[in-house]
Ligand binder design. Structure first.
Ligand code: NAD
Length: 307
């Protein structure tokens, strides 16, 4: 039986990845300290290690179990928190990642698949960002993820550790909470549920590359066997404005929604869309979910408490 570790497996994306791995007959281990994840998200059949990724115990369990693959998703993923507490952000996202890399190096046989982010690019303001574009993060979160990516690259170069780095667009779907990165969909859905108006910062014309959680899970699974040594975008390659998201939700909600336009926030990125052509080729993967169906799935999940 193949063995996989999912750090952050009690979180939004990690728990749904763990679920799919179990369906594929993997022995699935989850390392999570439940700082933003939930015990109820951990799928039946997964072996749960309630540990911090920075701890010696988290490293030891990987060294002992010698998994075939480690999906490293555990992170401090709150951009605002990274600004107010850069030290904490760096400890989890950089030092924690190094601890997991050391574990894989010692285990000697694990592929390391890392969840990174479009936040590494900062405010490039390009309609179509390619992987060759410069990384110029404008938050400590983007910076710590980029630093982690570089540690991973160097572990690959020095120790030949098999790795794939996946830079996600804005992930959305069931189980997303407003706390994490790319939380605008979750923020809107929570406000609708609580019968509150939606607040759009700026004029609502800012665009994001929204990718459905199920498509992100599939990209991770494809990276088990493909994309060694590569950094890849996991995205749709299509920009969607925040206003469009609000409009689709309006349609789904069957009731009037008030929209309040407020000032744009300092540090907010105007446009972010990631070219995915190389990923489609390398991972033999395609994003399948259209925005309307994906938003419907997320809307139904939150309103029917389907977690
Ligand atoms: P999430 O907050 O739902 O999941 C993160 C999980 O990591 C949580 O279960 C949390 O309890 C756990 N965790 C945090 N710190 C930990 C620590 N020190 N030790 C052990 N566990 C710890 O976030 P998510 O949206 O599922 O994000 C997963 C990954 O994807 C993160 O690495 C994030 O940076 C990346 N990412 C997410 C998005 C997005 O739009 N959601 C976009 C780009 C990248």
């Amino acid at each position: 039986m193949k063995k996989a570790f999912v750090t952050g497996g009690a979180g939004f994306i990690g728990s749904q990845l763990a679920e799919e791995l179990i369906k594929l007959d993997y022995e699935v281990h989850i390392i999570d300290n439940l700082s933003s994840g939930y015990r109820k998200f951990i799928p039946d059949g997964a072996l749960f290690h309630h540990l911090d990724i920075c701890s010696a115990d988290a490293k030891d369990v990987i060294v002992r179990e010698k998994p075939d693959v480690v999906f490293h998703l555990a992170a401090q993923a709150d951009v605002t928190r990274s600004i107010s507490n850069p030290q904490y952000d760096a400890e989890i996202n950089i030092i924690g990642t190094i601890n997991m890399l050391e574990a894989c190096r010692e285990a000697g046989r694990s592929k390391f698949i890392f969840s990174s982010t479009s936040a590494v690019y900062g405010n490039l303001n390009k309609s179509n960002i390619s992987i060759e574009d410069p990384a110029l993060p404008i938050s400590y979160y983007g910076l710590s993820k980029f630093a982690a990516e570089n540690y991973i690259r160097i572990y690959h170069e020095i120790y030949n550790l098999p790795i794939t780095i996946l830079r996600y667009g804005n992930v959305y779907g069931p189980r997303q909470t407003p706390k994490g990165e790319g939380g605008v969909v979750a923020v809107f859905l929570n406000r609708l549920k609580n019968k509150q108006p939606l607040t759009l910062h700026g004029d609502g014309r800012q665009t994001r590359d929204f990718i459905y959680v199920g498509d992100v899970v599939k990209a991770n699974l494809a990276a088990i066997y493909n994309g060694n040594g590569q950094t890849l975008h996991v995205s749709t390659g299509k920009p969607t404005s925040i206003q469009e998201v609000a409009d689709i939700l309006k349609e789904l909600h069957y009731a009037d929604i008030d929209i309040i336009y407020s000032n744009s926030r300092p540090g907010d990125i105007e446009h972010s869309c990631l070219n995915n052509e190389h990923t489609i080729h390398v991972l033999e993967w395609l994003p399948e979910m259209d925005m309307k169906s994906g938003l419907k799935a997320a809307y139904n999940a939150i309103n029917n408490d389907l977690f």
